[in-house]
Design a protein around this ligand. Structure first.
Ligand code: ZN
Length: 169
């Protein structure tokens, strides 16, 4: 018993080399791989690295939030909790809701032990653009408006945790 609903429901197809969770394919990837892409792009442009990871995360977060919300008929708060639990269960870190305000379209989430910040090492600015993208994709589903986020605290720059503020674009 590992108390991890994702691992409990993960289906392995050895013939095709596939892992699926509720019929959606997933891959297990070391955070160093993601950080490797990030640092390679950063050699050319920090903004391009940030944008590329953000967009990738945004796409995944948007699709997941929409699909799992619909599939399980979840309320907005349940969707946030589901996504935060999933984030932990896939090993990205421990997510905690700080603020959710539907009226003002604000979402604030704190992440402890970000896998990406730990893999990155020391930095002078936030490095968890993938998480920022996922949370912005989630917020876009909740608020039905395009959202963007900023990471105001990050473990990689010496803060005790990462903090994301998501709002309408
Ligand atoms: Zn971070």
């Amino acid at each position: 018993m590992n108390e991890n609903t994702i691992l409990d429901q993960l289906v392995y197809d050895p013939a095709d080399g596939k892992l699926t969770y509720r019929d959606i394919r997933y891959v297990i990837i070391r955070p160093e791989t993601i950080v490797g892409f990030q640092k390679a792009i950063e050699q050319h442009s920090r903004k391009s690295a940030r944008d590329a990871l953000f967009q990738g995360g945004y796409q995944g977060g948007y699709l997941s939030a929409q699909k799992f919300k619909e599939m399980q008929n979840l309320s907005d708060t349940q969707t946030i909790n589901f996504m935060m639990t999933m984030g932990a269960e896939i090993g990205w870190g421990h997510f905690e809701l700080i603020e959710y305000d539907f009226e003002s379209h604000n979402l604030q989430i704190r992440v402890n032990h970000s896998a990406f910040a730990e893999a990155y090492g020391d930095a002078t600015e936030g490095v968890c653009h993938l998480i920022n993208g996922v949370l912005s994709g989630l917020a876009t589903v909740l608020f039905r408006r395009n959202c963007k986020g900023s990471e105001t605290r990050c473990l990689a720059k010496g803060d005790t945790h990462c903090l994301f503020h998501i709002s309408e674009k």
